[in-house]
Design a protein around this ligand. Structure first.
Ligand code: HEM
Length: 479
């Protein structure tokens, strides 16, 4: 009798303690309790958000919560989403909040971090300083090597393929075609023309690459959100990620290693072996090889050869997918707006030399990137496509720092909270972008400078702050 009463007291005490720590404090007493919940359970358990993410409904669900509750919403016991600029992204991303480990869990390659996945700010800024110059607008616009790459990919590969498809009236998988051209462009920039891919012409190789690369996608949830469950399930003998996922990763890493080796060998022998084929140096690979030195900081990130391989693998992934998606949406929108298509064609034909398959194949001539950059309608179409169909539309999670900071009107937030903003919501602010769901390039031709500046302030397709996209100029030039 006595022991059962004691047991009851212990159980009640434990229940009370658990409710106090995991329900009462987070729901009523923590600073986060002042923030509206996106879901009734959000204050005391993370399952609702995990379920949303598992079903791949994250962006729309978070956006609906912002529409309902305002610029800041609570997504979980220790997670918030913010959708504002001055007291939002400027504080979080401009303030250099460190990345949530979600990045390391999903985006390390060869078992070592790359610039994109590094959590800590210090090694990240060192790496970014190393390579920013070769991704700068001035470098890209003036580099003869980049010019040659664009010439070969566009005139020797893409335009002839389009001409052949058109003459045979053949259907084409547009996403695959765009990813092929962006892969060819990015890998030539990374490894040198000749060492990169040629998926525009070698369709089978491209198909194999993209199939293997994308086969891992459905299992990414476990890496990003519940890596411990993935490890545990493997130990217990019922892996949540089937063996082919690891095999696909090995396959991709081997492919990248081979490209790195080719770039290294070719760079050494380039002067002795001139060739008729247009070749360019491995701009990014060479630059990384010269700069990733054996400093103490570098060693903590892994062996230099793996650091370089991890970095270039990330660039080719970041570069081909994002730009391929943007181009596909751009074509799709243009296909639904024939009048705009005609206006764009007119604008493009004002360029000299004109962008069409050249009669003189030996010297096609290439548009000056500066001239292309200054076409207002083309620019408006790109901006509007990236606004409504941002290639990375979802949350970019960071970690609140110490000492506590307040964001978007919240009370000071404890350190270690997952905090994010998503382009999907910023780009749908109806006060800044009226009719936000409508693809309307004309909004970017707005003569009112104040309105235009406000739109630019809210445009966040490439992120902002120290971790902003390094490839934004390459992407805009490529698109
Ligand atoms: C339309 C095309 C592109 C879009 C919309 C885009 C978007 C973004 C965004 C939003 C980020 C920040 C992500 C975050 O912090 O979570 C990012 C980072 C990054 N992007 Fe891009 N990107 C594009 C093209 C490219 C290209 C062509 C490359 C390189 C070849 C590239 C390389 C990178 C890298 C290396 C980072 C990490 C930068 C850092 O951590 O400092 N991206 N990109």
């Amino acid at each position: 009798m006595f022991s059962s009463t004691l047991l009851l007291i212990v159980i009640s005490y434990v229940l009370l303690y658990v409710s106090w720590v995991h329900v009462i404090i987070p729901t009523f007493l923590s600073p986060l309790s002042k923030i509206p919940n996106a879901h009734w359970s959000a204050s005391f358990n993370p399952f609702w958000m995990l379920w949303v993410r598992w079903r791949e409904r994250e962006n729309r669900t978070i956006h609906a919560a912002h529409v309902k509750h305002g610029n800041i919403v609570r997504l979980g016991p220790k997670e918030v989403s913010v959708s504002s600029v001055d007291d939002g992204i400027r504080v979080i991303y401009g303030g250099g909040f460190e990345k949530w480990p979600w990045y390391e869990n999903q985006f390390n390659n060869f078992g070592v971090p790359c610039m994109f996945s590094m959590s800590r700010s210090k090694p990240h800024s060192a790496r970014k300083r190393m390579i920013s110059n070769i991704y700068s607008k001035s470098y890209l616009q003036s580099s003869p090597e980049v010019h040659t790459i664009a010439k070969v990919v566009i005139f020797d590969r893409l335009l002839p393929r389009l001409a052949s498809l058109s003459s045979k009236q053949e259907a084409v998988d547009v996403l695959h075609m765009h990813m092929s051209s962006t892969m060819d462009m990015v890998t030539a920039f990374l490894f040198g023309l000749g060492n990169g891919s040629n998926f525009i012409q070698d369709l089978k190789a491209g198909q194999e690459w993209f199939t293997i690369y994308q086969s891992r996608r459905p299992f990414r949830f476990w890496d990003g959100e519940l890596p411990w469950m993935k490890t545990l399930s493997k130990k217990l003998g019922f892996p949540l990620s089937p063996p082919f996922v690891a095999e696909a990763t090995n396959w991709i890493e081997t492919w990248v290693t081979e490209r790195c080796q080719a770039a290294q060998t070719w760079t050494r022998s380039v002067k002795e072996q001139p060739t008729d084929e247009p070749r360019t140096p491995a701009i990014v690979f060479d630059h990384l090889t010269n700069t990733v030195s054996g400093t103490a900081e570098d060693k903590s990130l892994g062996p230099p050869n793996l650091q370089i391989a991890s970095e270039v693998q990330d660039h080719l992934a970041a570069g081909h997918e994002t730009s391929g998606i943007a181009l596909t949406y751009l074509y799709w929108e243009l296909s639904r707006h024939p009048a705009l298509q005609a206006s764009l064609r007119e604008e493009l034909l004002t360029l000299s030399p004109p962008l069409k398959l050249p009669a003189n194949k030996a010297d096609p001539g290439l548009l000056s990137p500066r001239a292309v950059d200054s076409l207002p309608l083309l620019h408006a179409i790109l901006m509007e496509t990236l606004r409504i169909h941002a290639s990375i539309p979802g949350p970019q999670p960071r970690l609140t720092p110490y000492p506590p900071v307040s964001v978007a009107g919240s009370p000071p937030l404890d350190p270690g909270i997952r905090i994010s903003t998503q382009p999907y919501s910023l780009h749908r602010n109806a006060d800044v972008f009226p009719d936000p769901e409508v693809w309307k390039p004309a909004r970017w031709l707005e003569p009112n400078e104040k309105k235009k500046a406000e739109m630019m302030k809210w445009f966040w397709a490439f992120g902002s702050g120290g971790r902003m996209c390094i490839g934004s100029h390459l992407a805009m030039q490529g698109l």
